[in-house]
Ligand binder design. Structure first.
Ligand code: KAF
Ligand code: ZN
Length: 682
């Protein structure tokens, strides 16, 4: 290269970087002159020749500067979102929307800046991965800020409706979801009362969100397709998994797990019939959706007492133990912190205890759905949870703290890598300790259980595994279907007139449950689940429920803990903790297969893929027991997937293909009868 061209290139790089620096200062504060100068600088630098070939050193300098600015922007946005979610008002919503726009604007500018580096000239994989991440900005690539503002507003408004909703049991009693309606669905065994709580919640939440959702969908799609990189918003969500076969892969995993779920379903259905009466169960084989102990029938632990395999064995009641032992909310968090620190992971920093919201405030509206927050400054991490003194909440405390532990493990990575290896990894990390924590051995260790099933106590062991299945196996179809619904909506396959019909098709088909009261397309039951109005992807939980068993198996193996997988407790095992940390501290710096390999390597489950084998191994004794029991009682596994009881509406009567078919058959039959009658009469 001649001296002159080298000089020219150097000056061009300098002009470019200077341009970026100036442009990165808050543009609102810039004078007209600086705009002019900046414009000229950028114009000169970019019109020289496109794309600019900048060397790796320039990219590193750029990324360092980006890191500082992006972390700062993230902090500001998180503060605004925190203020809104811990005090829902018009002002806090407006402030959050304002910061959401500022953040989009920032991402837009930086993506443009980063696009001037010629990736084909950068050999360092790490630098090109980072630059690609700067450029992958999702909806922020859409230049119509009015529409972006509308998206943010709609999301805030939907979350607000969900969080402020009060479900009415009758004309005088209306209650919030947390803690009241959740408690009724968990503890009431009165069919009518359960129905009222179930319907009341959907009338107050989903039904009022319905009117906002179609516009939200169409704006998100318009924004995400603008660049031509993604087909629709679902396509963008799936891109976090960096795999073109992701959709088929999760489907295959789901199908492999279906027999376990079907066996659990058939057994629970038989036991619930004994309690509520066979007349409550349609001939299609579905279970009423509101009698499974959870508002969405996604976790069935709360009905353990009704369906325990060996009810004469003493049943565990951790909630009662918490109350009897005068547990406080803070103590629940200390117990979780103790678990993580026992395996050599982190303690919560002091700001966590100062700034978290751990109890539902009485004087203002908040978003009660639990979450864990990273304020991107390496020291401020918080949990927001309307914690109650129950076993379910104790597990959620561990779950949320698991997210914080992941944050702490990767806090020193570049900002762009401070994420889970994929979103399912973050959720999986959040849940993995629950597999150790819930073992009878561990419960006894911390004094929440006084006796554990001995070596030869098969019945006690089956009771325990069954209880685990009520949370981990019962969840699988729900974890899978929520985004099946959402992806179909974003693809345009499911139109607003059929939102609810599609939802119930999936719920009936995959979960084998049916709505206890008539539903129609005037209802919007997906909107009664937080993650739909909240715009939070859900397939991550399905991925998590598969991966956490893979990791549990790997950790128990490297820690050399003997015995069956379902009785392994990694508490106080720093070898297991170190292996887990090795994966966590990678953040999203490498494709997730490498993170999977990091944790499973050298064990019999070594892989860079998702696998259901460890989950099936964990539940193996129970699967055999369920199969035998279902055979003994001649239970027919499954349900009629073509028929979803109780979904009726004027629309479905005239519009759905299924009903069109029925209508066609009936019309033909009546025509044939008319002909036959007229022949006979003549
Ligand atoms: C998981 C485990 C047991 C039972 C059920 C589940 C699924 C799911 C549910 O349906 O309840 N669990 C949650 O929603 C727990 C909340 C959370 O920790 O997953 C939370 C959800 C959230 C809330 C606001 C915005 C985005 C997501 N996730 C996080 O706080 C989070 C997610 C990714 C990284 C870091 C934190
Ligand atoms: Zn989570």
């Amino acid at each position: 290269m001649s001296k002159i061209t080298r000089m020219l290139r150097l000056t061009r790089s300098a002009i470019f970087l200077l341009g970026i620096r100036i442009y990165n200062t808050d543009s609102a504060k810039m004078s007209m002159w600086s705009h002019l100068i900046l414009g000229t600088l950028l114009l000169v630098s970019t019109s020289w020749s496109q794309p600019l070939v900048l060397d790796e050193a320039a990219a590193i300098t750029y990324l360092e500067e980006y890191d500082r600015l992006a972390a700062d922007m993230s902090y500001q946005y998180a503060e605004a979102a925190w203020k809104y979610e811990t005090n829902i008002t018009e002002e806090t919503l407006a402030n959050m929307t304002e910061w959401s726009l500022k953040r989009s604007d920032f991402n837009y500018r930086e993506a443009k800046n980063a696009s001037r580096f010629d990736l084909s000239k950068i050999n360092n994989q790490n630098i090109s991965r980072l630059l690609r991440k700067v450029m992958d900005i999702g909806t922020a690539a859409f230049p119509d800020t009015v529409k972006l503002e509308k998206i943010s507003d709609l999301e805030g408004e939907m979350t607000s409706i969900y969080s402020r909703a009060r479900g009415c049991l009758n004309t005088t009693t209306c209650l919030p979801l947390e803690p009241d309606l959740v408690d009724i669905i968990a503890n009431s065994r009165n069919y009518a009362e359960l129905t009222a709580a179930w319907k009341g919640w959907r009338d107050a939440s989903g039904r009022n969100i319905k009117k906002l959702y179609p516009e939200y969908v169409s704006l998100l799609n318009e924004a995400i397709t603008f660049e031509g990189k993604y087909k629709d918003m679902g396509d963008y969500y799936r891109s976090s998994y960096e795999s073109p076969t992701f959709e088929n892969d999760v489907k295959a995993l789901f199908l492999e797990l279906a027999p376990l779920y079907e066996n659990l379903h058939a057994y629970v259905r038989r036991r619930l019939k004994e309690h509520y009466g066979a007349d409550k169960f349609p001939s299609t084989g579905h279970i009423p959706a509101h009698i499974l102990g959870n508002m969405w029938a996604q976790d069935w632990t709360n009905i353990y007492d009704l369906v325990a395999p060996y009810p004469d064995k003493r049943t565990v009641d951790i909630t009662k133990a918490l109350i009897d032992q005068n547990y406080t909310i803070i103590r629940m968090y200390k117990v979780a912190e103790d678990f993580f620190s026992s395996i050599g992971l982190y303690k919560m920093p002091h700001l966590f205890w100062e700034k978290s919201l751990l109890v539902k405030p009485v004087n203002r509206e908040v978003v009660c759905h639990a979450s864990a927050w990273d304020f991107s400054n390496k020291r401020d991490f918080r949990i927001k949870q309307c914690t109650a003194l129950t076993e379910e909440h104790l597990l959620t405390v561990h779950h949320e703290m698991g997210h914080i532990i992941y944050y702490l493990a990767y806090k020193d990575l570049p900002y762009l890598y401070r994420e889970g290896a994929n979103p399912g990894f973050h959720e999986g990390m959040a849940d993995i300790v629950t597999l150790s924590f819930q073992t009878p051995e561990h419960m006894k260790k911390i004094g929440l259980l006084d006796a554990i099933p001995g070596q030869n106590d098969t019945e006690g062991d089956i009771n325990f595994l069954f209880r685990m299945a009520l949370s981990k196996a019962a969840f699988l179809p729900f974890g899978y279907l929520v985004d099946q619904w959402r992806w179909s909506v974003f693809r345009g396959e499911t139109k607003p007139e059929r939102y609810n019909e599609k939802w119930w098709d999936l719920r009936c088909d995959f979960q084998g449950i049916y709505p206890p009261v008539e539903r129609s397309n005037a209802d919007f039951d997906p909107g009664a689940k937080y993650h739909i109005p909240g715009g939070t992807p859900y397939i991550s939980y399905f991925v998590s429920f598969v991966a956490q068993f893979q990791w549990h198996k790997a950790l128990c193996k490297v820690a050399n803990i003997a015995g069956p997988l379902h009785r392994c407790d990694i508490y106080s095992n720093t070898i297991a903790g170190a292996r887990l940390n090795d994966m966590l501290k990678m953040g999203s710096s490498r494709p997730w297969g490498e993170a999977m390999l990091k944790i499973t390597s050298g064990t019999s489950g070594q892989t860079d893929k998702l696998s259901v084998a460890p989950l099936l191994e964990y539940f193996d004794p129970l699967i055999k027991w369920l199969q035998e029991n279902n055979k003994k009682y001649n239970e027919i596994l499954g349900w009629d997937k073509k028929n979803c009881p109780n979904f009726l509406s004027p629309h479905i009567l005239s519009g759905s293909p299924r009903v069109q078919n029925i209508t066609f058959i009936l019309t033909m039959m009546s025509a044939l009868f008319s002909i036959a009658i007229s022949i006979i009469e003549n």
